[in-house]
Write a protein that binds this ligand. Structure first.
Ligand code: TXA
Ligand code: MG
Length: 332
């Protein structure tokens, strides 16, 4: 069963929830990107997620909940700052890493003593979790190392044959994965910039340390240098000075705002004509996919200001552009 048309959303959700309760795997929409979900307390069902994505087992999953009370099944006491963030930002594009309860299966957390938890802000996702009667472990619904899906069609193209059902909730409103903050140390640490801006987080709990380094990569492969990468090489910094060198190539342009370059690009994708970072974030992954389908030699990507969602956009672009430094064996 593949793409589930939403003629009757509640019927689709009943069927999806039934599949999850029986140990199956369902792709579902969230406000950030599409997820690939299974019952977090069923290790065999979770193992199928890893198989479908071709994801290494050292890469832990986020557990999705629909009610605050579900936290108590997953994590031991929640620090005060984490609680304040949760109260203000859930449901929403924020994932919190906390020490886990022993009942949370090791396959979900890749053997780590911590678990990542989030409450998505999407009515289909929340209904699905509620009707499934269990927390839902879900990574983004893409093959490991590739760009996250922001439509049901993206999921169908890459994983359609392999999942039990795809719930279609239209394009993801935010288009970038959630922001991840760890509360497992003395101070909160930002592990992944994402759909909730650092500015907003710091306005609630004060200064947050950044740890976006690659040292902890095995514990958080979203931070592997070349993650979120299309097949086509992407260059995101320094190309402007050297543009003439690309003149004879089949080159695509990922423009942040309206394209003002008079260069014969094979194809141009404009993320936000007026230069709005939210609009750019929402369009980013679909634009990268369209460019990647054109067999280009190279994609040149314009940089965006590193404020608000711009931080997460640049994080994804830099990782997508860092291909030569990582052994391909760590990808896909
Ligand atoms: O917006 C999102 O977060 C989406 C939607 C579906 O919710 N999910 C998502 O999942 O992006 P995934 O698996 O593609 O990325 C989750 C990241 C990974 O880089 C993983 O390593 C990290 O979260 N992570 C999960 N559990 C962790 C933990 N206990 N400690 C540190 N990092 C963790
Ligand atoms: Mg992912």
């Amino acid at each position: 069963m593949n793409l589930e048309e939403l003629n009757d959303p509640s019927e689709s959700i009943h069927r999806a929830a039934e599949i999850i309760r029986r140990g199956g795997v369902v792709a579902f929409p969230t406000e950030t990107v599409y997820g690939l979900g299974a019952n977090a307390f069923n290790p065999r069902a979770v193992a199928r997620i890893f198989e479908i994505k071709n994801r290494p087992h050292f890469d832990p999953l986020i557990v999705h909940i629909s009610e605050f009370e579900e936290m108590s099944k997953l994590a031991v006491p929640v620090p005060a700052d984490a609680r304040r963030l949760i109260e203000r930002c859930w449901p929403g594009p924020l994932t919190i890493v906390l020490f886990k309860k022993k009942e949370v299966p090791d396959i979900v957390t890749a053997g780590l003593p911590t678990v990542a938890i989030r409450m998505p802000k999407h009515s289909l996702a929340l209904s699905l979790i509620r009707e499934s009667c269990c927390p839902v472990a879900a990574p983004s619904a893409n093959p490991f190392g590739y760009v996250s899906p922001t439509t049901a069609e993206h999921v169908r193209e890459q994983l359609g044959e392999r999942v039990d059902l795809i719930l279609d909730g239209g394009p993801s409103a935010i288009g970038l994965e959630s922001t991840i903050i760890s509360f497992s140390g003395e101070k909160p640490i930002l592990l992944r910039p994402g759909g909730l801006s650092l500015e907003e987080i710091e306005s609630i709990i004060g200064k947050v340390e950044l740890n976006l380094s690659e040292e902890a990569a095995p514990a958080s492969p979203g931070r592997l240098p070349r993650h979120y990468a299309p097949r086509t090489p992407i260059v995101t910094e320094g190309w402007e000075k050297n543009l003439e060198a690309y003149r004879n190539g089949k080159i695509g342009f990922l423009a942040f705002r309206e394209n003002r370059l008079s260069f014969p690009f094979h194809h141009v994708e404009v993320l936000s004509p007026g230069g709005d970072l939210r609009e750019a974030a929402a369009n980013l992954f679909a634009a990268i996919r369209r460019l990647d389908a054109l067999n280009l030699e190279m994609i040149l990507a314009e940089t965006v200001p590193e404020v608000g969602l711009g931080r997460a956009i640049m994080d994804r672009l830099r990782r997508a552009s860092k291909r030569s430094e990582v052994d391909d064996a760590t990808q896909e």
